[in-house]
Ligand binder design. Structure first.
Ligand code: ADP
Ligand code: MG
Length: 311
């Protein structure tokens, strides 16, 4: 058996739960639920750009899948299948074993079948493609926000960026917050259940990967709306607020609902034991325009909105 095939066999082949034919043939076979739409999304993780060479391999395996699951959550999709294309330098089997352990921990947690992929030698990088299902017309899109909608965010954005700032020595986060920040950075939770529950409730949704302002900007541009955010809902000034507004890598959900859905959203927060914070409103106005104000009406202009690979 070639070492490439042995490696795939040992580290990337597991029994599937809802797949006709998984890893091992020229292609995988899946039987989508009749009548459902397929939702498909890919994410690349490149060493030096998305993770550092000394990143813990097990955490990276988890994150490689979790960031894709977050896209499914933001679409209101039920994720089911994934493929993994892996570029690996000369094989370090301990490293691959740890990566595989993290990847399958995430796959098991969210009931995802790994159904195929590709493996080749080169500078380390991973591309996961994920396939999910959604009833026709019920996917949550970025372009459905309407003037008057409430804007919500799940969890506590900024934790991952604060954790990174701590690791880079730019701040010191005390325990027990540090543990939460590092787990947000290394083991992000995809808000899949929340995304499913927001079908028929949210008008627009996106996951916060590039920073809250940048991702809200995508909703505004695609929906042709403006927005007002309320500073009292935000952390105090300083690095914490910067991380909250512009820090990426959170994988929380940012969504809008009709103003009269407040009760429904608060019930979901209780049901999932997950903070859902109303942070502002969608307004008619110049598409993409964003105003941040405190109680006194003071306007704050953030220095930058978030992460852009090509800026
Ligand atoms: P082919 O030569 O037809 O491209 P490969 O030898 O690349 O096939 O892959 C053999 C099988 O292993 C295929 O089913 C493929 O989908 C699967 N596979 C390859 N790499 C991975 C990976 N990293 N994770 C999961 N499955 C993989
Ligand atoms: Mg191949």
């Amino acid at each position: 058996m070639s070492s490439e095939f042995a490696l795939i066999n040992q580290y990337f082949t597991r029994p599937t739960r809802h797949t006709v034919l998984g890893v091992g043939d020229d292609g995988a076979l899946i039987a989508p639920t009749p009548g459902q739409e397929l939702v498909i999304s890919s994410d690349l993780l490149v060493e030096g750009t998305h993770f550092l060479a000394d990143t813990d391999a097990e955490n990276l395996g988890w994150k490689a899948l979790a960031v894709n699951l977050s896209d499914m959550a933001a679409m209101g999709a039920q994720p089911r299948w994934a493929t993994l294309a892996a570029v690996l330098p000369s094989p370090s089997f301990d490293w691959i074993e740890a990566f595989s352990r993290g990847f399958f921990a995430c796959a098991d947690h969210y009931d995802i079948d790994l159904i195929g992929g590709d493996t080749t030698r080169g500078p380390r990088a991973f591309c996961v493609t994920i396939f999910g299902e959604v009833p026709p017309g019920q996917a949550l899109r970025r372009n459905g926000a309407k003037a008057g909608d409430a804007i919500w965010v799940s969890g506590q954005p900024g934790r991952a960026a604060l954790g990174l700032a701590h690791l880079q020595g730019r701040t010191t986060v005390p325990e027990p917050n540090l543990a939460h920040c590092l787990s947000a950075l290394h083991r992000p939770q995809a808000r899949v259940e929340l995304g499913l529950a927001l079908r028929g409730v949210a008008h627009a949704a996106i996951d916060v990967s590039d920073g809250l302002l940048a991702d809200l900007g995508h909703i505004l541009e695609q929906s042709g709306c403006a927005a007002r955010l309320h500073i009292p809902a935000l952390p105090a000034a300083g690095l914490e607020r910067d991380c909250w507004l512009s820090g990426g890598d959170d994988y929380e959900l940012l969504f809008t609902t009709a103003a009269e859905s407040d009760g429904v959203v608060n019930d979901l927060a209780a049901q999932f034991n997950l903070p859902l914070t109303r942070i502002g409103e969608i307004e008619s106005g110049e598409p993409g325009e964003l105003v941040l104000c405190d109680d006194g009406g003071k306007i704050i202009t953030p220095t930058h909105r978030g992460f852009d690979h090509f800026s």
